[in-house]
Design a protein around this ligand. Sequence first.
Ligand code: 3Y8
Ligand code: NAP
Length: 263
Amino acid sequence: MPTMVSHGPSGDTGIRNILILGGTTEASALAAALAERGDRALLSYAGRTERPRAQPVPVRIGGFGGADGLADFLRRERITHLVDATHPFAATISANAAAAARETGVRHILLTRPAWAPAEGDRWTSVPDLAAAVGALAGPPRRVMLALGRMHVEAFAAQPQHHYLLRFVGAPEVPPALPRHTLVVDRGPFTVEGDLHLMREQATDLLLCKNAGGSGAEAKLIAARTLGLPVMLIDRPRMPAARIVHDVGAVLGWLDHSADLGV
Ligand code: 3Y8
Ligand code: NAP
């Protein structure tokens, strides 16, 4: 398996040493492609789940200690390329990655999936953030599929009249503080068939989710379209100024030519 060598702008050569900030389908696909090519890569998880997906490259788990901690890590580990392949809503780590790359001069790229756009037959409304989503649920009781994961459930205690269908990656230590709810513990990627069955069985009449984009969480939107259900989508936060690509091939091309591009 060849060892990939990168040629720096000043003509310096060194073994390419890539850090992927992961936790998404796209990050896993990039890790697989880099392992296949023999690139030296490390995939980093925050440690939000018990047993993150096994990867074909070495994995590290846990925070870095802010942007400064990440900058120190880049220097200490002699990272040559930083790929931010985190979730579009993981705004803090993405801001830290851009800041740490600027501070250290490490080459940096952001791999993310395009936002979902409505198709024929979709009944979508968008809200700017979580608070607006909570406010938009004022009104008579409904059966809401809250596909936001575990981190934001408490906010919906302000609208206790609804029955919430919750889906978490892992079983919570304490039951969610919503008086009427059904909890499903399941890790994606999800299927249309599975989400159709779940929504029918739960008599869901509204789907609330983040505009996460990507294929791994799209099934519920297709199921909602099939069932003619309304969907409320939370817009994604602003991304830091960075080179942004939407597919693994673009990252591989950047890795191969970033020295020539001087970036
Ligand atoms: C820890 C790593 C892979 C990546 C798989 C993708 C697809 C399946 C769909 C729904 C929506 C949600 C949630 C979701 C999906 C993929 C992807 C994706 C959404 C794992 C993973 C980690 C996380 C963290 C977790 C959050 C939560 C969000 C559940 C691994 C499985 C809702 C995002 O319990 C918790 O604290 C979990 C929290 C952050 C968002 C939240 O606010 O609760 N993801 N999800 C990552 C880390 O530690 O760095 O365990 O393997 C990854 C995946 N989750 O490689 O196959 O890429 O999107 N993840 C959302 O809003 O879309 C579920 O239910 O329909
Ligand atoms: P966040 O709010 O942007 O980050 C909070 C803190 O978590 C960061 O400041 C950092 O801690 C740590 N962190 C985040 N991602 C990390 C990573 N990949 N490696 C090491 N440390 C990381 O992020 P979040 O919303 O909590 O998301 C955490 C992780 O879950 C991210 O990796 C993200 O990709 C993943 N996620 C996946 C999905 C999905 O649907 N696939 C959805 C949401 C989140 P320090 O400041 O200490 O460095």
